[in-house]
Design a protein around this ligand. Sequence first.
Ligand code: FES
Length: 107
Amino acid sequence: MINITVIGRDGQKHSLETPTDMGLNLMELCKAYGLPVKGTCGGMALCSTCHTYVLSDHELPEMSADEEDMLDQAFFVEDNSRLGCQIRMTEETDGLEVRLAPEDEEV
Ligand code: FES
């Protein structure tokens, strides 16, 4: 099991525990804990509703072209922006700390 810290849009810290053998990604984990992450596209890097800021200095896998394209179109993008659905829960992500990005305007 690993631990992930997610800071909600209200500034509240949530400590999420997850196994690493289920192939879960950060968006799915947040949803499982009832955090307000829509994940509208189901993790296809097509919606940016799972946009998060990575606060810890973990080495995460490089962004795919799809993720980069999607973040290009997203609002409130920062240098540490990533799509939560593209971050897989593995031993390497133990201790990861992220903050949920503000929601894009409703479309
Ligand atoms: Fe749609 Fe991550 S859930 S981009």
